[in-house]
Design a protein around this ligand. Sequence first.
Ligand code: DON
Length: 327
Amino acid sequence: MKNAGDVETGLSSFEEFLGELYHKYKSLRDGTVANYIPELAKVNPELFSICIVTADGRVYEVGDRTHLFTIQSISKVLVYGLALEDRGRDYMLTRVGVEPTGDAFNAIILDELSKRPYNPMVNAGAIATTSLIKGTGATERLNRLLDMYRRYVGHDVFVDISVFTSERSTGHRNRAMAHLMLNFGMIDVHIEEALDLYFQQCAVMVNCRDLAVMAATLANRGINPITGEKAVDSTYIKDILSVMYTCGMYNFAGEWAYKIGIPAKSGVSGGIIAVIPGYMGIAVFSPLLDSRGNSVRGVKVCEELSHKFGLHMFDCVQRNLESIPES
Ligand code: DON
């Protein structure tokens, strides 16, 4: 078991490779920062960091490594895991589907027949998922979420109140989805409370290393490789990674699976996590987004890592994980 302060961060050829990637894409300025949540529009678009944490706890990072930002939709992955633990797979399937939509992350749609939201990675499915987190009252539910984050990242996290209130006062699309699901009996609890918890989970502050440790925890069967603490029941890792693979990159999920081939999740603040089961977690942070809400540099970096190391899930020809140094 290692403490966060003990991790090896000495420069290696692998870290030099990350440095080259960083410099190559630092000059790429395509895309725009998210502005539909007013507080997010204030971010510096130049920020950029890449971090990789291996399943045995080695850390490689470059760029603006200490910058804190809100986790946004990457939270959906972790909260889905907690909901699976709280409710079980079968019950979750009655409330939230696992079908990719091909639509934008904020589309106001439910499955025609079942009235379920399509999957837990789009906003409607994530709101329904959050509404299923157990706890007696809003405070206990929030504390359970914050404790879950602590297990994944290895330290306490906090909610950025200005981003939370900014989204709460402008998130009318999400409110509309919640009302639609209430109408079909897909949400039981008071919807304003479910929305508040959803906006709070999205407004939790992380840095790029935190994201990579989360991804590495998923790569390491739910055990945080730095602290040794269990963050999520290993039984549900395959469920989480399956929906990341098929739905995590929204209406780019199919092309992402085809070209890059790694379970991943993006968020509108500019983060992307990608998980190589058994090997490592990858995180990129860069707030410039494409039209689907995915980080432009983040997609490029993951694409290049995937090709260089043969990380595509179904690539039995190129896979070259031996070139990542052993501890
Ligand atoms: O609900 C929202 O719209 C945001 N809190 C999160 C959306 C998000 O991150 C989608 N990501 N690409």
